[in-house]
Each structure stands twice: as structure tokens, then as C-alpha cells.
Ligand binder design. Structure first.
Ligand SMILES: Cc1cc2nc3c(=O)[nH]c(=O)nc-3n(C[C@H](O)[C@H](O)[C@H](O)COP(=O)(O)OP(=O)(O)OC[C@H]3O[C@@H](n4cnc5c(N)ncnc54)[C@H](O)[C@@H]3O)c2cc1C
Length: 523
């Protein structure tokens, strides 16, 4: 019997909704079950990077993505109680995706726009007010048991189930997978305000490393500001988590009831933890259900959205019978080490920020002020999984985020995504990449939904994508290669120095995808 859905998703936070959109846009029947009857109104995440900006732009469009975020440039500073700069983490304005690296936003605004997109997809059914309580895996499907708004129990079957049900989710618990917790646990009061009058703050986003009260000062999305105050030894959550405390702590920063609206205050314990395995048979987990990152580098939600993009293209291949479902094992293999990289980075920063002992703080400051500190490590990439010739050498492109440039084609100008959309991309700087392949390879590449793109510096080449700013030209030249294969989640599968290597790469991709040529397309 055909299951009720291709995929059921538990949880409609940013990760569940993104996954529902990605699968729904491909035409899959998706059932999303969310225990709360309406949207969770309280802001949590406030910043996402250029990789996530690329996802949001592709899903919601340029206008919406620009409306919900505020792009700021400058350094993320750490200052001690005397005002000395201990650390200054500088970013270029734009990342390799051609979009801003620092996008400040208000999480409920993002969830709202994701919801608007999701609601327009006819094959996605959203069940709000339904709490998932159990699942039973069978040979050919998985049955999700939910309790509906009236307290009645119902079951829905699907080919695959994904738990995007947050930190204390039931799906991970029922999967009984090993869970590693680094033991990092600090409690912070998070306070969001809307100032009546917008004032420029300098620095705009920074960390006050004062052992008396470690504090984070950041924008909170357009028109908003956020403070995060660490609870210090001797304080209790009860006395800390109330409006009076929020106002008391805001006052020294110049904000009172007279000049701002207090949007919310909430207490969170920042932790670093992850599940060891994110897939068991037909069941998977993503987002906070699979991992927790302290927010010092603003990467918790970003990692969850990367999970959704990684999983979506793999589930698509499996649901269309293009790939054997063994490809789903590469989900944990690719995503888990990547997330752990971010978690370790955030925990290490957190250990230096969350210092309340004055002697320890003075020693920390001395080290920073001596300038004798390790440089900020490079961001994690994909190190194993569906990749061609990965190496740890910094000049290897495989597993790294691909660049994106502005192109002109058919009278239109924009970032490459704006013109071609998402999917696999075979980009060549030396003629039409399609001409390199035999019929079988072309069929395979078409089956997986590839775009064949010739980037060119010859404006009269009507078939090519004119490389407006020379981004691709420089990328190819610098790395001495002719062509590149980019995955739908923007990571480089592999780079080829010649057309013959490109064909070898495609055969390798076929193998790694567990390609089954009998493709069944959606009706
Ligand atoms: C103070 C703070 C600051 C942060 N700052 C950043 C930042 O700047 N950048 C960043 O990237 N990340 C940040 N994060 C992390 C980010 O907020 C989370 O990683 C993100 O919300 C996780 O999304 P999710 O969809 O995985 O889970 P959630 O947002 O937790 O959503 C899970 C959903 O599942 C539902 N659910 C749970 N159980 C069930 C069930 N049994 N049945 C049905 N539904 C269920 C819940 O109701 C919820 O709606 C921050 C977090 C905090 C606390």
C-alpha cells in the first residue's frame, strides 16, 4: 500500500520548514507535524552567514531575504572590563557565495517567511497542534504516531521520517543513538529590545569579557538590539529570569522603559552536544535534534539549515529511485564532523568568554594583549562523503563551498543562482561542459538535475554566461582547472584540470551516488 506521505517531518522550526520546502518544491508529499498550534514567537538566532543567505535567497527570493536581514560589516570584538580590545575577528564583507557574511535577523521573521513559502506548496500538508509521540519502522515505510489537538491518537505512514524536533526531541530519543555532550553549560539571560530611536552603536557587535558579568551586545535584526547577560555564581534562574532583572541589566547601557520596548527576556543554557548517528533505517534527525552549538559564533541554526539542504538532495535521489538508499548514510558522514567543527570552535570561544574568576580573567587578558594567540581557525568544510579526491590541503577545492559570481545570460544579469536556480552545476571555463560527456553520462547528469554552464569572458558568446566581474575566471585560473562540479548544497564535488578528468569525475559521482539507472519520476 502507498504510504500517506513520501516524507513526514516532526517539528516546524526553521529546519523542519526548510526541509519541507525543499522536498515540497520537488513535488513530494510531505506531512509536517508541529506540536504548537501557532508559531513560536520568541527570537533566538540573530545572525546567519553567506551560505545561509544563499539558501534563503533561493527559497524566498532576493527581495524578501534582503527585507528580513540587516547586513553589517566590521569586526566582532572582544573587550575586557577596562575597554582594551582582546580580540578582533574580521570578516570580508562578502563570502564566496557573493553574499554578505554577516546577516542580522530576527528568527520569528525568518520562520514567518519560510511559513509563507511552505503554505504555497500544495504537496506539503502542515498539521499544527499535533504532537508526535512515537514511530514504528516497518520494511517499506515508517508509521508516525501523533496526538492531535483534541487529544486523539492518529497514525500517518511515510517512506521516510525526519525528526526536526529540537534539542529535546522525541525522534532522537526513540532512535536510541549515542549522544555526546561536551559538558559545557552556562546559563545566560537573553534580552531583546526595540529602541524607540535608532542609534549607531560602536562597535555594533561585541563581547564584554568582564568577569563580573560576561555580556554579548549585538544587533537583533532590522530595528532591534540584543543583550545576552551571563548568570554568575550565586545567582539563581528564578531571580535572573524576570523583567525586573532585564531592565536592571539594560540600564547601564542606556536603555530604559522610556526609550525602548522590551520584546522578551528568556533564560537559556548554552551547550555543546551532538548525536553520533543521524540516520537509522528510514528515520533521520536534523537541526537541534541532532546537535547543539553555543551561540557565540551564531552557527546553531545555520548548521541545521545545512542539514536540511544536504538531506533534501539525497532524499530526492532515493525517492526517485536514482540512488540506492545507502546514499543516506553519507548524511551523517558529511554533516556530523562539519557540525562538530563549529561546536568545538564555539565551545573554545565560550570557555574564554564565560570566565567569572577575576584572576583567571586577568591571565586570559594578559595572553590576548600580548598578541600571542592562535589565529581564528578556518571554518569547517565537508571532509568525506560524496566527494572527488578530497584532500586536507588548503588549495584543494573539493568539499569547500563553491564561489558564486555575477553573470549575464540571455539579457539577464544576476548571481548565477538567480539565473539558473538550484541543483547540480557543471561549470566550465573552457567551452560547453556538456560536450565532454557521452550519452550515458548526459542521461545520468540530466537524471540528477544538472545545469551545464559555460562561463565566458567573451560577451558575444550567446550560449555562455558572461562572467561580469571575472569571479569564475579568477577562480579557475588561480586553481589551474577547467571545470568544476557543484552539489545542490553548494559544496564542490570535485574540480577537473581537463575535460577528460571531468568525465572521470562524473563516472566517480555515479558510483558514489549508488546510481540505479531505472529512474521512476514523480507522477
Ligand atoms: C539565545 C540563542 C541565540 C541563538 N543565536 C543563533 C544565531 O545567531 N545563529 C544561529 O545560526 N543559531 C542561533 N541559535 C540557535 C538556533 O536558534 C537553533 O539552532 C534553531 O532554532 C534550531 O532550529 P530547529 O528547527 O532545529 O529546532 P527548533 O527551532 O527548536 O524547532 C523544533 C520544533 O519542533 C517542535 N517539536 C518538538 N517536539 C515535537 C513533537 N514531539 N511533536 C511535534 N513537534 C515537536 C517544537 O515545538 C519546535 O517548533 C541561537 C539559540 C539561542 C537559544
Amino acid at each position: 500500500m502507498k504510504p500517506d506521505f513520501d516524507v513526514t517531518i516532526v517539528g516546524y522550526g526553521p529546519v523542519g520548514s526548510m526541509l519541507a520546502i525543499l522536498l515540497g518544491k520537488k513535488g513530494y508529499n510531505v506531512g509536517v507535524f508541529e506540536r504548537w498550534p501557532s508559531q513560536y514567537p520568541l527570537p533566538r538566532a540573530i545572525v546567519y552567514d553567506d551560505e545561509i543567505a544563499r539558501m534563503i535567497r533561493l527559497i524566498c527570493g532576493q527581495e524578501v531575504s534582503e527585507k528580513i536581514s540587516e547586513n553589517l560589516t566590521g569586526a566582532y570584538e572582544w573587550r575586557n572590563a577596562s575597554g582594551d580590545t582582546l580580540l578582533s575577528i574580521k570578516h570580508p564583507d562578502n563570502g564566496p557565495t557573493g553574499l554578505p557574511i554577516l546577516n542580522f535577523f530576527n528568527q520569528p521573521d525568518l520562520e514567518l517567511v519560510l511559513n509563507e513559502v511552505c503554505q504555497k506548496i500544495p504537496s506539503v500538508s502542515l498539521y499544527r497542534g499535533y504532537e508526535a509521540v512515537d514511530f514504528i519502522e516497518k520494511d517499506d515505510s515508517v508509521e508516525l504516531v501523533v496526538v492531535n489537538k483534541n487529544g486523539e491518537q492518529q497514525s500517518f505512514s511515510s517512506s521516510y521520517l525526519v525528526g526536526c524536533d529540537g534539542a529535546n526531541g522525541m525522534v532522537r530519543k526513540k532512535m536510541k543513538v549515542e549522544y555526546t555532550d561536551l559538558g559545557f553549560a552556562y546559563t545566560w539571560l537573553v534580552v531583546d529590545i526595540i529602541p524607540h530611536e535608532q542609534k549607531k552603536m560602536e562597535p555594533s557587535f561585541w563581547q564584554l569579557c568582564d568577569p563580573k558579568r560576561p555580556t554579548t551586545i549585538v544587533p537583533g535584526g532590522p530595528g532591534r538590539r540584543r543583550w545576552e547577560f551571563m548568570m554568575t555564581p550565586g545567582e539563581t534562574v528564578e531571580e535572573f529570569n524576570n523583567e525586573k532583572t532585564a531592565w536592571k541589566l539594560l540600564k547601564p547601557w542606556g536603555y530604559t522603559k522610556e526609550n525602548c520596548q522590551l520584546v522578551r527576556h528568556a533564560v537559556y543554557t548554552f551547550r555543546g552536544a551532538w548525536a553520533e548517528n543521524w540516520r537509522k533505517g528510514r528515520v533521520m534527525i536534523a537541526g537541534d535534534a541532532a546537535h547543539l552549538t553555543p551561540p557565540f559564533i551564531g552557527q546553531g541554526m545555520c548548521s541545521g539549515l545545512r542539514d536540511a539542504w544536504n538531506l533534501a538532495w539525497k532524499l530526492d535521489l532515493v525517492l526517485r529511485n536514482i540512488s540506492h538508499d545507502r546514499i543516506l548514510d553519507s548524511y551523517t558522514v558529511e554533516r556530523n564532523p562539519n557540525v562538530q567543527g563549529y561546536i568545538h570552535m564555539a565551545v573554545e570561544l565560550g570557555k574564554m568568554i564565560c570566565v567569572t574568576d577575576p584572576v583567571e580573567a586577568a591571565n586570559r587578558d594578559k595572553v590576548f594583549l600580548s598578541g600571542n594567540v592562535e589565529p581564528f581557525p578556518p571554518l569547517p568544510h565537508v571532509t568525506s562523503g560524496v566527494l572527488y579526491n578530497y584532500s586536507e590541503q588548503p588549495d584543494c577545492l573539493t568539499g569547500r563551498l563553491s564561489v558564486q559570481g555575477i553573470v549575464k545570460h540571455d539579457g539577464k544579469v544576476g548571481l548565477l543562482d538567480d539565473l539558473v536556480g538550484s541543483g547540480w552545476a557543471i561549470i566550465s571555463a573552457n567551452g560547453d561542459p556538456e560536450s565532454a560527456f557521452n550519452k550515458e553520462q548526459i542521461k545520468f547528469l540530466e537524471d540528477i538535475g544538472s545545469h551545464f554552464i559555460e562561463v565566458t569572458t567573451d560577451i558575444s558568446n550567446k550560449n555562455g554566461y558572461y562572467d561580469m566581474e571575472g569571479t569564475y575566471q579568477e577562480y579557475f585560473k588561480q586553481n589551474q582547472m577547467e571545470a568544476i562540479i557543484i552539489r545542490p548544497d553548494f559544496y564542490v564535488f570535485g574540480a577537473a584540470a581537463s575535460k577528460s578528468e571531468l568525465t572521470i569525475m562524473v563516472d566517480e559521482l555515479k558510483k558514489q551516488m549508488h546510481y540505479q539507472s531505472a529512474v521512476s519520476f514523480l507522477s
